[in-house]
Design a protein around this ligand. Structure first.
Ligand SMILES: *[C@@H]1O[C@H](CO)[C@@H](O)[C@H](O)[C@H]1NC(C)=O
Length: 759
């Protein structure tokens, strides 16, 4: 594994172990009080929220309004008006007697779909690779601010499912990471940011929707413990962050469609997690009138079956109530939940009206971008992961000549929005395709941004902007340094791109990217590879080429792509992103794949790095990996554990209240031992004591990004919640904190853990 240019201070501490998990203990090795960091320390705990008096007050207001409604009104509020019947991708009818608007629900998780004048932010997976909770929160807040300004009441995001257990999964890029802790923090921060702006967030797709192939028929059979510790985990964090709505998914869970699953909706979500908002169906994921109502679904979208006038609720629901198949109280509960979320976000007073339509290309809508290009660029830049950098090939230092090669370096000649819902891979890749895409207001291509810098530096640029190997080699032969751009795309299954119906067919670069890099590296000794990708790729052929001196993982950066890239390539900021997934040496190493029939999730808890650790497989670049232009040393691990009470078992949003108590604190000192300023993502991994049933050897349970000047030190602090130190006991149906020694590891990645101790 390539390491940063300097040596890390490998410091293994064996900390005194606790006598039992309920004995409070404080270490010992006091932290060397460090110089203050330039930036405040991040800790992975969601910040304050807008709550307008909280859920109880919102439900009280909802009950008052409910009393004024007829059954017909109520049924209107839970049934979508039909596909393309209103201005948004989903609407319900206005109920003027209570001042309730035509509710507007709109995609999506990286920007407002079917609209102009909006920001096309970096995708979720790119936000995750910043590991920066302030930026993730700011992105959510900017998304929510734009949605509110457009009169959107419910913004359909963020995405916590797919979690991404299958690296080929077509929609993984809409979400964050196959690690549930990282995804959970990102969900909570995004929701908090969005809802603080006044829009209702919608956590989707609940649950077990890990592939596009046969997504409407296949069943995910997920063992209870696996569900709690992986797939349900980010939704629990979402509910804890007071998400207003949750979208049930297309697939079946244990044989029953998610939107018809009493266990998933009434049981886990509304029961165990005490979710106070409402469940909206994915578009046409409802299958029955009575079953969905009884299972706990609260809103049917788009209402009809995409424009065929067949409504499973509407009149059919009214009849089911009159006929006694659905209790009136269940419909009252649906309406109360929908109204409560509306009140909870304060949308009953002064909310903007929708003055645009999704169905005319977004023409005539307001410009809501504000200064959001700043956070879009910050994330585009800070989500870039430097994978390889030999002999300080990067940053570039005013090179005399530079060859820019590959179609991924330029914009689609027909414009960045030439293909509907971004359903083609022409020009530079900055988002995947499907309902989670948005229209670019502009797209700064890599070549545009590099050209600008080259002009300032007096660098001669030669280009080959096709993926042709001979043209690429010819251009590469004319410059000192060559930068080759390659990519890999995926998306939602309703569009097929280059033979790929959503999920990726393999983990190779598209358009013979390996061949293009080989052709360039054959003639240029300073070949730098820049990769835009929806998820992991197999890089072995590229890494085998001695002339490939640097590899830059540029993710899915959104509209500010080129600007963010130039900041890193030229070193105006040191690379500081880390991989939110594992990059393997071969696709079969992941141990998961798209299933042609049902999926029994037989890999259990062992996905992504949990699997590589268990199976003893060496990854190419491990989860959490990323290089910098500077180096960091880790020292002075301290651990404090103080769980005396066992915690409150009172149910509250997110589950038993005590699960979220801070029961332990870990700190470490990080020193920038290099020569330039840089930010480091310190990661905390916990191994449960041997008394716990078979569990991954280590799991991410904290991270903190710290910016340090050259020579400067700072302290990172990780707060562990009771749940972070527990496993789900299926027999007892509760989280259990095992007794014994916990392994505590802190370091720069999941396999570069400089500090180790026990607790
Ligand atoms: C699904 O089936 C598995 C295996 O039988 C079981 O452990 C789990 O509790 C079931 N989950 C749901 C959501 O019904």
């Amino acid at each position: 594994m390539p390491l940063p240019g300097g040596t890390l201070d490998i410091c293994s501490l064996s900390l005194a172990s606790a006598k039992s998990s309920v004995v409070a203990m404080t270490f010992l090795r006091s932290a060397t009080l460090a110089l203050a960091a330039l930036l405040p320390l991040s800790s992975a705990v969601p910040t304050a929220r807008a709550d307008n008096g909280g859920w109880d007050a919102a439900h009280t207001k909802a009950a008052t309004a409910l009393a004024k409604l007829s059954l017909q009104d109520k049924v209107k509020m839970v049934t979508g008006e039909g596909w393309e019947k209103g201005p948004c991708v989903g609407t319900t009818a206005e109920i003027s007697s209570i001042g309730y608007p035509q509710l507007c629900l709109q995609d999506g998780p990286l920007g407002i779909r079917f609209a102009k004048g909006i920001t096309a932010f970096p995708a979720g997976v790119h936000a995750a690779s910043t590991w920066d909770i302030d930026l993730i929160n700011a992105r959510g807040n900017a998304l929510g601010t734009e949605a509110k300004a457009m009169g959107i009441h419910v913004q359909l995001g963020p995405v916590g499912g797919p979690l991404g257990k299958i690296p080929h999964g077509g929609r993984n890029w809409e979400g964050f990471s196959p690690d549930p802790y990282l995804t959970g923090v990102a969900m909570a921060e995004t929701i908090t940011g969005m809802q603080n702006a006044g829009v209702q967030a919608c956590a989707k797709h609940y649950i077990g929707n890990e592939q596009e192939l046969n997504r409407e028929t296949m069943s995910s059979t997920i063992a209870d413990r696996v569900n709690h510790e992986l797939y349900l985990w980010p939704f629990a964090d979402s509910v804890k962050a007071n998400v207003a709505s949750v979208m049930c998914s297309y697939n079946r869970l244990n044989g029953t469609h998610a939107c018809e699953s009493d266990l998933a909706l009434n049981g886990l979500l509304k029961g165990e997690l005490d979710f106070r908002g409402y469940v909206v169906s994915d578009w046409n994921a409802q299958h029955t009138t009575v079953g969905s109502a009884k299972a706990g679904m609260d809103m049917s979208m788009p209402g009809d079956n995409f424009g065929d006038n067949k409504y499973l609720w509407g009149t059919a629901l009214t009849n089911a109530v009159s006929g006694g198949q659905v209790d009136q109280s269940r419909v009252d509960d649906m309406v109360k939940r929908i109204l409560a979320s509306w009140y909870y976000l304060g949308q009953d007073a002064g909310y903007p009206k929708v003055g645009w339509s999704s169905w005319n290309g977004g023409v005539g809508g307001p410009d809501v971008q504000g200064d959001h290009k700043i956070v879009a660029r910050d994330i585009a830049r800070d989500g870039i992961v430097l994978l390889k950098n030999e002999n300080n090939a990067l940053p570039l230092k005013k090179p005399a000549s530079l060859a820019i090669i590959g179609n991924d370096a330029i914009n689609n000649p027909n414009g960045p929005n030439a293909c509907v819902d971004r359903g083609c891979d022409v020009g530079t890749l900055a988002m995947g395709w499907g309902s989670g895409a948005a229209e670019f207001p502009y797209l700064i291509s890599p070549l545009d941004a590099i050209q600008k810098q080259a002009t300032a530096d007096g660098t001669t640029i030669v280009t080959s902007t096709t993926d042709g190997t001979s043209e690429g080699a010819a251009a590469a032969g004319k410059a000192n340094t060559a930068i080759v751009f390659i990519n890999a795309d995926s998306g939602e299954g309703y569009i097929t791109v280059e033979g790929q119906a959503g999920d990726r067919a393999n983990l190779d670069p598209w358009h013979n990217g390996n061949g293009l890099v080989e052709a360039v590296a054959n003639v240029n000794k300073n070949t730098i590879v820049v990769i835009h990708s929806v998820g992991p790729l197999i890089l072995e052929r590229i890494l085998a080429l001695p002339n490939v001196v640097a590899v830059v993982w540029a993710g899915l950066p959104g509209q500010e792509s080129g600007n963010g890239l130039v900041d890193i390539l030229y070193g105006s900021k040191s690379p500081n992103g880390k991989l939110p997934y594992t990059i393997a040496k071969q696709a079969s190493d992941y141990g998961t794949s798209v299933k042609s029939g049902d999926d029994d999730f037989s890999e259990g808890l062992y996905i992504d790095y949990r699997h590589f650790d268990k199976a003893g497989i060496e990854p190419r670049y491990e989860f959490g990996f990323g290089l910098s232009y500077t180096t960091f040393e880790y020292s002075d691990l301290t651990t404090t554990y103080s769980d005396k009470t066992g915690g409150s078992t009172t149910t509250a949003p997110g589950g038993a209240e005590g699960l979220y108590d801070t029961v332990a604190t870990v700190t470490a000192k990080i020193t920038n031992s290099g020569t330039v300023e840089g930010a480091e993502v310190a990661q905390l991994y916990i191994g449960l004591p041997s008394s716990a049933p078979s569990t991954p050897v280590r799991q991410l349970r904290g991270f903190s990004k710290i910016n340090l000047a050259a020579g400067e030190s700072g302290t990172v602090t990780f707060s562990l919640r009771r749940k972070d130190l527990s496993y789900w006991d299926t027999d007892a149906q509760k989280w259990v904190t095992p007794t014994g020694d916990f392994t505590v590891s802190v370091g720069a990645s999941s396999r570069n853990l400089a500090l180790k101790g026990t607790m």
